[in-house]
Design a protein around this ligand. Structure first.
Ligand code: 5RP
Length: 291
């Protein structure tokens, strides 16, 4: 029996206040549906609009990469500083505790090793049900624009976008560069734009010194910057700083964090650059203080 006595007689419908209809904060992401936007908002900090994604998926074709030989020893202690973790399902299941709360971006392509003559010959290596089972916040698909298996890798991505759209899971399109390809803004404008046009909700690309701002500007969805090979800490922090100042919505860095002498200090320094617009020199001071 409803307790009518406790129902308040006067109610406030705030008739003079329009309902708050805040736009979704990420570029090009306002028409994706609640579930997908919610997953994106787990990856990207809604206050800064940026993410520090920690990439540890290198083993999918390189095996035990330097710094990732024992992920339980080197990565687990720093996961708490990452906004999201990019990794394979094998590492997730075997080494990442299921009670940890960092959103995950699951690599969903593979099929080659570093011994392969043609790295672009990748296939889909995971289906969307596995991503759902593992509670992924996004899936990552590598695309080799201009390489021998360009078309195959593009179709890998569009197939995954079609599957993932059914469940509101974002796809991170990763622009991979073949061994001999020039990495300039012209190439990355082409590659990032193709990935976005074909459905990726986030695009990962490398930084280039010239015209990186035009790469970000021409890509209608958020770009995250890949770190690339290990650099001196100041150089890596400078690259991350320039990338976000020139329009990237964060970083997806691996080696420049986990191959640093002090990964925990480095990821916190990267965070200060990405989320607080800290200048690289100040971030380096922070790195040294935390070391
Ligand atoms: C490879 C990837 C890796 O996740 C990425 O390159 C790793 O990051 P980093 O280059 O910073 O070590 O997507 O295609």
């Amino acid at each position: 029996m409803p307790d009518m006595d406790s129902v308040k007689q006067s109610k406030d419908y705030y008739l003079d206040i329009p309902q708050n209809m805040a736009a979704f904060f990420l570029k090009g992401s306002g028409s994706l549906g609640w579930g997908m936007e919610n997953r994106l908002a787990r990856i990207f900090n809604p206050t800064s609009g940026r993410t520090v994604m920690l990439a540890i998926d290198h083993g999918y074709f390189q095996g035990p990469t330097t710094g990732l030989e024992r992920i339980d020893q080197t990565i687990l202690p720093i996961v708490k500083y990452a906004d999201s973790l990019m990794l394979t399902r094998g590492i997730l299941r075997s080494l990442i505790p299921s009670y940890q709360n960092t959103p995950t971006v699951l690599r969903a392509t593979g099929g080659i090793s570093m011994m392969s003559a043609e790295l672009s010959n990748e296939q889909l290596a995971m289906d969307i049900e596995e991503a759902i089972r593992l509670n992924a916040s996004a899936v990552a698909i590598q695309v080799y624009i201009g390489a021998k298996y360009e078309s195959q890798t593009i179709i890998n991505m569009t197939r995954m976008v079609d599957q993932a759209m059914r469940y509101g899971i974002p796809v991170l399109g990763v622009t991979a560069v073949g061994k001999d390809m020039a990495r300039d803004a012209r190439y990355f404008r082409l590659a990032t734009r193709i990935l976005a046009e074909l459905g990726a909700q986030i695009v990962k690309t490398y930084y280039v010194d010239e015209e990186f701002d035009t790469v970000c500007s021409a890509c209608p969805v958020p770009i995250v910057m890949a770190g690339g090979k290990k650099l001196p800490e100041l150089d890596a922090l400078t690259m991350a700083y320039k990338a976000v100042q020139e329009g990237a919505c964060g970083v997806d860095m691996g080696r420049n964090i986990f191959q640093s002498e002090k990964p925990a200090a480095m990821i916190q320094a990267v965070r200060s650059v990405v989320h607080n617009n800290e200048k690289p020199e100040n971030a380096l001071d922070l790195y040294r203080d935390l070391k």
